[in-house]
Design a binder for this molecule. Sequence first.
Ligand SMILES: Cc1ncc(COP(=O)(O)O)c(C=O)c1O
Length: 396
Amino acid sequence: MEYSNLLSERVKSLKASAIREIFKMLGKSNIISFAGGIPSPELFPAKELGKIADGILEKNGAKALIYGITEGYAPLIEIVEKRNAQKNVGKDFDQTIITTGAQQAIDLVGKALLNEGDGVIVEAPSFIGALNSFRSYNARLFEAEVKEDGIDLEQVENILKTEKNIKFIYTITTFQNPTGITLSLEKRKKLLEIAKKYNCLILEDNPYGELRFRGEDVAAIKSFDDEGRVMYVGSFSKTLSPGMRVGFLTCHKDIMDRVVVVKQVNDVHTPLLNQMMVTDYINNYDFDEHIKISAQKCGEKCAAMLDGAKKYFPDSVSLTNPDGGIFLWCTMPEGIDTGKIFEKAVEKGIAFVPGRTCMADIDKVSNCFRLNYTTVSNEKIDEGMKILGEILKEYV
Ligand SMILES: Cc1ncc(COP(=O)(O)O)c(C=O)c1O
């Protein structure tokens, strides 16, 4: 039977996340993968979470195994609100709900706000999961480049001047995926001013902000939001466990009212057992200490990878130097197609994320690529960077 004609126009043209495709391939071989998107998995508190799960199911099984409310498990919402409040995130007009990862929070916002043809300003490069979500609502994506201190505000303003129906600006403010770059405080404030001037919203995505291994925290755009213009997304994926699928969204109640209906349709609620496990972990273990240790590890691994780049990469490849998070962004001379290098690298046992997959126009050649430093040992980082360096030298 021919199925392609039966598929909706909305999803027909969507390309599967190249990163997920890479993951499938990685499962099949003993490749050194710099393509991951999580902190060091050995740091996830598996034993503690195992004990917690046993305890919940023994003592509170019925509660964990029934339907919950769409907004989320109340004690976890309270925890998130308290942690948000420490960053001045969330005002009286806001509401917080628990989502099935930050991915779902982004998707729910897209579904609740985007009419076909509406515009979204995205960073170039950006997170493919968000780009694909907006694409699935037939939104038009407009790119503003990520500079050393974050999104180019002049480009943002030019888009807003010329394009009508821009619904929101999507920005990953701290240790951005894929560049590792952090939007400066000054630019955060200006971006909010620009959004006010042109009456559009901001979707601030911050799953990596707590993984800082150097420097001072930068206030969230949401912390300056005095009217509910900013929708703020967070996640426990990068601090506790990505497989648990627990994230959150904080935004104006009037938007949230629709988001909750959309989530109801989507998955009714985020699995209660997982929400209860996160709650118990935070209440009974030192979560902040755990994050501190994870962040330190990210810092060590980042240094090892930068060291490898210094030793083995050609001088014409430039790299970002993040203060936290899990990614480095590498830029090769203009005209080089890192998609082609990727194929060669995989043949030689190395994986990374080609830059093209992180752009609104996925078919455009990119001379950039993303490296993750947290999921392999220091020895493997050195070995992999050496092999990758040799491959890169063939192209410059
Ligand atoms: C910028 C960004 N936002 C959101 C997500 C989704 O995270 P979650 O696992 O919480 O759905 C990711 C995951 O890689 C990400 O990099």
